[in-house]
Write a protein of this length. Structure first.
Length: 183
């Protein structure tokens, strides 16, 4: 996948998706079967389904559903959904450049410069006397186990690419559920 440049940001009309912990994001609901994910993804564009590499024997067969926006030049998937045979939809990643915008308590999560997002999360936590958390990669994000903040290189900048998740079959936490494609 070619890196997109700073100039590519803002070219795409993102649209806004809602997030509900343990329920889903946008039209995608955790637990959906692959066919239902493909059907729901039609609001954004076309979907391609492929097998995920099986990283651990404890996990059932897993598929990756890449959703590309309609029209325009070929680009990275706007959304990548992960579906396991046993748990159904368990993860949804929103691309930093192409993905729909998702907010958490009024803070935009998709496509933000990681340092800026971290500063906003810390300021929000201090102002509202709530917690935030750091990822294993050292990025600040919401104190919500269903949101894993990931960094995506866009030109010379790391932009936010949140991964919305629930634990899948055989996993204790969302981090344990991380698909091999997201490592």
């Amino acid at each position: 996948m070619a890196l997109e440049t700073e100039g590519d940001l803002g070219v795409v009309e993102r649209g806004e998706w809602s997030y509900a912990r343990a329920v889903g994001v946008g039209p995608l609901r955790f637990g959906m079967a692959v066919s239902k994910v493909v059907e729901a993804a039609e609001v954004l564009g076309s979907a391609m389904v492929s097998d995920c590499r099986r990283q651990y024997a404890v996990f059932s067969q897993t598929w990756k559903v890449e959703v590309h926006r309609r029209g325009g030049a070929p680009s990275a998937p706007a959304v990548t959904a992960y579906v396991s045979q046993d748990a159904g939809l368990f993860g949804v990643a929103c691309d930093a450049v192409q993905g729909p915008q998702v907010s958490y308590n009024g803070i935009l999560l998709v496509g933000r410069e990681m340092r800026e997002l971290g500063n906003d999360m810390i300021a929000y936590a201090e102002a509202h006397d709530v917690q935030f958390r750091y990822t294993c990669d050292g990025h600040a994000g919401p104190d919500d186990p269903g949101i894993l903040m990931r960094a995506q290189p866009v030109g010379e900048v790391l932009r936010s690419r949140p991964l919305f998740m629930v634990p899948r079959d055989g996993a204790w936490t969302e981090w344990d559920s991380l698909p091999s494609e997201e490592d």
